[in-house]
Design a protein around this ligand. Structure first.
Ligand code: UT7
Length: 331
């Protein structure tokens, strides 16, 4: 499989985090929690939060504009926009269409959203790379964007302290064989979907007075179960994508895991034998930004000069579905 996607690579990257910082101390004023509990259980110190005026497409459009500028590519050159999100502006139309319009991409570009929980960005990279490998598209914009602050119950301390808002975008183009996306692996186990979900607002339980009163439009999570699952699958997904790409653990120059919890990231790095200096960690400053977490981290690593040309980078995500997945690429 990796032979087909070998020619799609990231040629531009951009990110956007809202200005407003919500610290653990701020949360102590909202719910019965403490900085000590949040930091020791998750590694989070603060997160970025949008105001009422900002929605997911706003963050996505800014990140996308920055990625295009970074690539030196004009909006009208984009053939396809994929937005991975769990927090679309609306159930319809797709947030990708709002972004397409906002950033002035030519009207004939395709645009759709992709839902795969927090693994959405990994899935979107895989999907986008296939359009390039097939020769159907030359320029694909892949975005992970979230405003989870709008979907958490601010009275539920077990979830509201964990999530944050943000967006990251990459531009995919054909690149020389042997570089770019070398392999990907995508997985799901829907039998465990009830561990992380938003119960109402879809066709199963449309909005009613009762669903509103019972706060069923907010995210619900069995954190302990998701934690156990994540620790089990992260290392495995990384090992399998390395094998698919024909690489060894010792070939990995940089590891970008989904930023949900430092206590999930560290065991995954350990299993891969990667020292923490080669792992991007920003969960302390952004919390869990779901589909935005990997591109936000990647952007930070690239900007900071920590990822250099020729580096082998492995990204691994997990989340609602349950889904998980990995990508191996040569920068
Ligand atoms: O992107 C994928 C999305 N989700 C995740 O990645 C989340 C994965 N799970 C986790 O990261 C961890 O399970 C959490 C950080 C959510 C929780 O850590 P934990 O070590 O698994 O704690 P726990 O759920 O076992 O809860 C321990 C205690 C409970 O009290 P009791 O029942 O032991 O008396 C909770 O009620 O901590 C309590 N608790 C809190 N206390 C203070 C839960 N939330 C809080 C809070 N502040 N915010």
């Amino acid at each position: 499989m990796h032979r087909e996607v070998v020619n799609a690579g990231i040629v531009g990257i951009g990110a956007c985090a809202p200005d407003r910082v919500l610290t653990n101390a701020d949360l102590e004023q909202l719910v019965d929690t403490s900085d000590e509990w949040i930091f020791s259980r998750s590694g989070i110190r603060e997160r970025r939060i949008t105001g009422p005026e900002q929605a997911t497409s706003d963050l996505a459009s800014i990140a996308a504009g920055r990625a295009l500028a970074d690539a030196g590519i004009k909006p009208e050159e984009v053939d396809l926009v994929i937005v991975a999100t769990n927090t679309p502006d609306m159930l319809m139309p797709a947030t990708a269409c709002l972004v397409q319009d906002r950033i002035g991409i030519k009207k004939k570009a395709g645009a759709f959203d992709l839902a795969a929980g927090c693994t959405g960005f990994v899935h979107a990279l895989a999907v986008g790379s296939q359009f390039i490998a097939a020769g159907t598209c030359r320029t694909v914009l892949v975005i992970g964007a979230e405003t989870l602050s709008k979907m958490v119950n601010w009275e539920d301390r077990s979830t509201c302290v964990l999530f944050g808002d943000g967006a990251g975008a990459v531009v995919l183009r054909p690149v020389p064989a042997g570089s770019g996306i070398l392999a990907f692996k995508l997985y799901s186990d829907g039998a465990f979907g009830h561990h992380l979900f938003i119960p109402a607002g879809g066709s199963r339980r449309p909005a009613t007075r009762e669903t509103l009163d019972n706060k069923l439009h907010f995210l619900q999570m069995n954190g302990r179960e998701v934690f156990k699952f994540a620790v089990r699958v992260m290392g495995e997904a990384a090992e399998e994508v390395l094998a698919e790409a024909g690489l060894n653990k010792s070939d990995v120059d940089f590891f970008i895991p989904h930023q949900a919890n430092i206590r999930i990231i560290k065991p995954a790095a350990k299993r891969l034998g990667i020292p923490m200096e080669k792992v991007l960690v920003n969960v302390d400053r952004y919390g869990n930004t779901s589909t935005a977490s990997i591109p936000l981290a990647l952007e930070e690593a690239v900007r900071g000069g920590r990822i250099k040309s020729g580096y082998h980078v492995v990204m691994v995500g997990f989340g609602a579905g349950l889904t998980w997945g990995s990508v191996a690429l040569k920068w």
